[in-house]
Ligand binder design. Sequence first.
Ligand SMILES: Nc1ncnc2c1ncn2[C@@H]1O[C@H](COP(=O)(O)OS(=O)(=O)O)[C@@H](OP(=O)(O)O)[C@H]1O
Ligand SMILES: [Mg+2]
Ligand SMILES: [Mg+2]
Ligand SMILES: [Mg+2]
Length: 329
Amino acid sequence: MSYDKEKQVATAACLKAAKLCEKVRKTLSDVKSMLKDDKSPVTIADYGSQALICHGLKENFPDDPIIAEENAGDIKEMSEQRRLITHYVQQQCKDKISDEDVLRWIDYGRGNIAHRYWTLDPIDGTKGYLRGDQYAIALALVIGGQIVLGIIACPALDEGMIFWAVRNHGAYRQDIEQQTYPVRIKTIQNDFDRSQLQYVESIENTLCDHEKQDKVAQLLGISTPSIRLDSMTKYCLVASGKVGLYLRFPSPNKVDYRENIWDHAAGVIVVEESGGYVTDMDGKELNFHDNIKMLNNRGVIVSNNITIHQQLLHVIKQYEQSKRESSVD
Ligand SMILES: Nc1ncnc2c1ncn2[C@@H]1O[C@H](COP(=O)(O)OS(=O)(=O)O)[C@@H](OP(=O)(O)O)[C@H]1O
Ligand SMILES: [Mg+2]
Ligand SMILES: [Mg+2]
Ligand SMILES: [Mg+2]
């Protein structure tokens, strides 16, 4: 199946959300963040983006549940923020809308896992967004536990890019203004020269383990320093052949952290359809079947090449074994 209607509706919604995010960043000189219960930041743009995308999906696919990151409960009592969110959402809508509409649209994102569901990260890399760096808007459709469609808008990558993939139909990239034709993307397939191999990782050490990622990369023969950047743009760089690897090992301070489905689903299909591979650190597929958290997956590894992927899994095992042995001695 080519999921034409789903792709068209989802892409239009993500493009509107990208416009909102850029408008907020350009017109509010100081985008304030609010802290959620888990102490992570969220902005009015995260809520506005979620409202627009959930509304677009529900208008066209009313029976599909949506599992999205944000929750309107967090802003119900914040009248100033609510007013600002409605103001920016209104700019992207033809009909007159109220604060209540926007809150309702945001909470369309509180669905549950079903045979067919959407999962949305309205801004991935909120810290990057606040810093003026990379961020992404990421949406995926999952059917029977398999990701069938993924869209990642990266408004701050080059002049603004959008990436998408449909299962068995390839992965594509286009400029966000859609002035050029879509280009089919492919990972780099033949870079066995380790001195040329480069990897991407998160900026924040609280979200990954820079030291272990660096050690494992060295053991694999990689000598080029990593590129650090925020958001699922990291998946897009592997998918489009800019780098060979993305490493995301659990932070040493939060080894029990389990990844959310919306932080990965769209990235996984974009990489797989461009010829790459995604597993956890134990070589297991990421699980989008049964929970909003990938409870049985530890870390994430993204590569452009199955041989490198397998060597990487082997090196991780050896490294972890030697660490265990040295802690016993
Ligand atoms: N402890 C821990 N470990 C791993 N991942 C975590 C952790 N805590 C949060 N998150 C999720 O990481 C998302 C941001 O990842 P990034 O790679 O963009 O990080 S960073 O921007 O470089 O800081 C970020 O997504 P957003 O909240 O959408 O920005 C979080 O969902
Ligand atoms: Mg967040
Ligand atoms: Mg995220
Ligand atoms: Mg987010």
